[in-house]
Design a protein around this ligand. Structure first.
Ligand code: ADP
Ligand code: MG
Length: 394
């Protein structure tokens, strides 16, 4: 078990919290503040416990001076201030006298947001390369370090691993919740344990398949990646997405785990992705050479439903169709609806799957929707996340 923010006396302490404020910003306006909201619990807990709260986050990528202008955290400071109904002191630099002085003058219950950590990437990738001096410097600004940026925890950066190496540390409420849900599901699932895998490419998900096939009772495959499996099992797939290089991998999986892997039996397909009005439903064996499979069909949903209805834990990574288009969204929508009604632990790990579920109105209907696409994928692959491994155990 990792130490958490609750394991520290925060009174009068300078608490550095690494949050994930990597929000979409268009023309200076935040278009989705979900990540800021997700971090509020930890920030409010620190404020309530009389800490001096120092926040660090990255935003976008910084490769040129110009990138700095488009990726300042200043709009985030405004939004955070609104959400907390409290002043947020924004320091428009990542190091130096002004920052040091601002922090030295902080009173308990105050909050400082430091400029985008990736400004430090311009001069030799100091943040993303986990430059030891930078981690040490940032650590010198505080007494305690709390990592609550789950979305970057699969990377070893100065603002997570670097600081944690130099200060007493723990995780915040968001990372604690992510670990509670994702780790429990794969380390100690209530069974039957079913995994739904989708998305476009098999190659993106090889690590997940290899790890989960050992743990899960059932693996249900949809999305673009299903067609490489279908091809590997000798079925026609028309002009559907094919990951040629991984046909052998799929054959191997199907041979070794034929009892676990379940493939779609029908599809929604179209001759032209853009011409949604000509989409039709057919069995896999009836797909024509010039047709592209873009969603799983109703009969497949019924097959999946039989398995899922009996399951006690369900982990879902990857939409089962090209859900961004209405004509190919019904498989993914039907699964959202089905899972929302089940008496089971239901978990979504995967950035696009999460946005599909949230956009279709199911945000509150799952046990857990992970906030970290890449990080949750690496957890499902059974990998260690450096930003979490570095945190002390209890
Ligand atoms: P996640 O981010 O949840 O891990 P992925 O990034 O692996 O998911 O996959 C998401 C993408 O897969 C979506 O953009 C979706 O349009 C695409 N996709 C799903 N099914 C198909 C399909 N049959 N053909 C082409 N693309 C598909
Ligand atoms: Mg994705």
């Amino acid at each position: 078990m990792k130490k958490t923010i609750r394991d520290f006396d925060l009174n009068n302490k300078k608490v550095i919290i690494r949050v994930d404020f990597n929000v979409p910003i268009k023309d200076g306006v935040i278009t989705d503040d979900n990540r800021i909201r997700e971090s509020l619990k930890t920030i409010e807990y620190a404020l309530d416990n009389n800490a001096k709260v120092i926040l660090l986050s990255h935003l976008g990528r910084i490769k040129t001076e110009e990138d700095k202008l488009n990726n300042t955290l200043e709009p985030v400071a405004f939004r955070l201030s609104e959400l907390l109904d409290k002043e947020v002191i924004f320091v428009d630099t990542t190091r130096g006298d002004i920052l040091d002085e601002t922090i030295n003058n902080m009173k308990s219950g105050e909050i400082v947001l430091i400029e985008n950590t990736r400004y430090e990437d311009l001069d030799g990738k100091k943040e993303s390369g986990n430059d030891p001096e930078l981690g040490k410097y940032w650590a010198s600004l505080g007494d305690i370090f709390i990592n609550d940026a789950f979305g970057t925890s699969h990377r070893a950066h100065a603002s997570n691993v670097g600081i944690a190496s130099n200060l007493p540390n723990g995780v915040g409420f968001l990372i604690e919740k992510e670990l509670d849900n994702l780790e429990k599901a794969i380390n100690n699932p209530e069974r039957p344990f079913s995994v739904i895998l989708g998305g476009s490419k098999v190659s993106d998900k090889i690590g997940v398949i290899e790890n989960l096939v050992k743990i899960a009772d059932h693996i249900l495959i949809g999305g673009g990646m299903a067609f490489t499996f279908l091809k590997a099992s000798g079925l026609p797939i028309g002009s559907s997405l094919l990951d040629e290089e991984n046909i052998d991998f799929c054959k191997k999986m199907l041979n070794e785990h034929s009892d676990k892997i379940i493939l779609p039996i029908d599809v929604i397909c179209s001759k032209d992705i853009e011409k949604e009005d000509i989409a039709r439903e057919c069995f896999i064996s009836d797909i024509k050479d010039d047709e592209i499979g873009l969603d799983i069909g109703h009969a497949s949903i019924e097959v999946f439903k039989d398995v899922l209805s009996e399951s006690k834990t369900i982990v879902w990574n990857g939409p089962v169709g090209m859900f961004e288009k209405e004509a190919y969204a019904s498989g993914t929508k039907s699964l959202c609806e089905l899972l929302s009604k089940l008496d089971a632990t239901t978990i979504i790990g995967g950035g696009d799957t999460a946005s599909a579920a949230i956009n279709f109105g199911y945000k509150e209907k799952f046990t857990h929707i992970s906030t970290g696409g890449g990080a949750s994928l690496e957890l499902l692959e059974g990998k260690e996340l450096p930003g979490i491994t570095i945190i002390d155990n209890k």
